[in-house]
Each structure stands twice: as structure tokens, then as C-alpha cells.
Design a protein around this ligand. Structure first.
Ligand code: ATP
Length: 246
């Protein structure tokens, strides 16, 4: 398969009369971690939907590598809490997977040994990692995460993204994620694309954080988060932090 997994050229998407994305050039290559940031309503989820093939462009082109396999981790998944369902059973929906494969995927997602636990009894962080495990069962070339840490606190989200980096190291998959908090995903991203209906700026995370277009959209209000991020990355993580498996 070619190095380029997905690309768009001049992508324009409309819902009725309203143009949500206009003239977007985007690409992600094998093994890259790319984060899309942008304010609410800026078209981030729409871009993901178009890349997956769930939306037809009004104009422009989308190209996907032949045989591309995508694993998708949604922002949230609502399960009926009164419905008894173990993690193992959940991982076997919609198609049955071997227990060995389920175990390996849970290991890879950083939540080993959860097979017999009830889905309704998982913490928010564990639940998102089970969703990650389910996506990994597809053995994706490209893992897509749409605000996958929305319900987690910042240390929990940072631990989740460290796990994503580990998954990339282990499997070589590319990762495309959407996040509203650039500073939490900074360490895990090779490249950041700032979207506001069009591509405002893109580049290395530090460069985007400093870019005038990014600052115009997000202001300077995330300094506290940046400090937290720095604290979490000025030392080694020989010992998994408490949040890693919580
Ligand atoms: N199915 C739809 N029909 C009509 N308009 C839609 C539809 N889906 C999204 N939109 C509109 O398109 C715009 C972009 O939505 P989108 O969900 O892509 O933004 P987003 O950047 O992911 O937002 P958020 O950060 O709030 O999740 C919004 O104005 C939204 O109301």
C-alpha cells in the first residue's frame, strides 16, 4: 500500500445551502499522528465523515489508499446501563472475535484483564479504552478518534494519548484525531491542522499553538493546561500513573 493513506484536494462539503468545509487540502500518511483542532461547528467531524466515505463532497476530491482499513473510536457510545453486557461480549459485536484476539486488544489498549467486567461498571477512562480495543481489533492502517477523551479529566486524557502513541509504536498505524484541547494532545501529535471551515494553519504542534490564526480562534486561555502538559512530560513514566488504567 502507498505511503499516503487518505488525501483531499479542494474538498468542499455542504449541508443544504450551508457550506461547512470549503477548499480543504488534507492528507495523512502511514504511521503519522495528525490532530485536527478547531472551534465548535468548524467542520471537524464533517471532515472525518467525508474521509471515511460517509459524506459526498459538493466538489473536490478524496483519495483513499487501496484496501485501507480504518478503526474508529467515537466520542461516546451510550449503552443501556440496565443491559447486562460483559466487555468480552461487547468486543464480539457485531461479529464474534476469538478470546485471544480480545485479550490482546485489551492489553494493547492498556486495560488488560477486563473481559469479564460489566460495561456499565467501567470508569470513563476504562470505557474509552475498551472502545479503543474494539477499534484495534480491525487491525487498522488508520485509527480515527473523534474527541475520544471528551469525558475524561486532563490527566486521564493525557494518559489516553500516551497510550495512543504506544499503539502507534506497536502497530505502525496512522492516527487521526479531533481534539478541542491542543495542549493535551501536543506530545502525541506529529502534525496539527487547525480548521475553521477551511484550513487556518497547520504544522508542528508548537508552531500551531504559536500561530496568530490559532490564537485568534482560541485566545491565550489554555496556559494552565499547557503547564499541566509540561509537568506530565518533564519526567519518565517508568511507573504508569494512576490514571493509566483507571
Ligand atoms: N447532518 C447535518 N445537517 C445539517 N448541518 C449539519 C449536519 N451535521 C453538522 N452540521 C452543521 O455543520 C457545521 C459543522 O459541524 P461539525 O459537527 O462538523 O463541527 P465540529 O467542528 O465537529 O463541531 P463540534 O466541535 O461542536 O463537535 C455545524 O454548523 C453543524 O451544525
Amino acid at each position: 500500500m502507498s505511503r499516503r493513506l487518505v488525501s483531499t484536494r479542494g474538498l468542499t462539503v455542504r449541508y443544504g445551502d450551508s457550506t461547512v468545509l470549503s477548499d480543504v487540502d488534507f492528507h495523512i500518511d502511514r504511521g503519522e499522528i495528525v490532530t485536527i483542532v478547531g472551534p465548535n461547528g468548524s467542520g471537524k467531524s464533517t471532515l472525518l465523515r467525508a474521509l471515511i466515505g460517509g459524506l459526498a463532497p459538493a466538489s473536490g476530491r478524496i483519495e483513499r489508499a487501496e484496501g485501507l482499513t480504518i478503526g474508529y473510536v467515537p466520542q461516546k457510545l451510550v449503552l443501556d446501563p440496565t443491559l447486562p453486557m460483559t466487555v468480552a461480549r461487547f468486543l464480539s459485536l457485531p461479529r464474534r472475535v476469538a478470546s485471544r484476539a480480545a485479550r490482546d486488544a485489551l492489553d494493547q489498549a492498556g486495560v488488560p484483564g477486563l473481559e469479564r467486567r460489566q460495561m456499565a461498571a467501567l470508569s470513563g477512562g476504562q470505557f474509552q479504552r475498551v472502545l479503543l480495543a474494539r477499534a484495534l481489533l480491525e487491525e487498522p492502517d488508520l485509527l480515527i478518534l473523534d474527541e475520544a477523551t471528551a469525558g475524561l479529566d486532563q490527566p486521564g486524557a493525557a494518559a489516553f494519548y500516551r497510550r495512543i502513541e504506544q499503539v502507534r509504536r506497536d502497530t505502525g498505524c496512522a492516527v487521526l484525531m479531533v481534539s478541542h484541547d491542543l495542549h493535551v494532545v501536543m506530545a502525541a501529535s506529529d502534525r496539527v491542522v487547525c480548521l475553521n471551515g477551511h484550513v487556518c494553519c497547520e504544522g508542528a504542534p508548537q508552531a500551531v499553538a504559536a500561530a496568530p490564526d490559532y490564537r485568534a480562534l482560541f485566545g491565550e486561555g489554555t496556559r494552565g493546561a499547557l503547564a499541566l502538559y509540561r509537568h506530565h512530560h518533564d519526567h519518565d513514566h517508568d511507573h504508569a500513573p494512576a490514571h493509566e488504567a483507571s
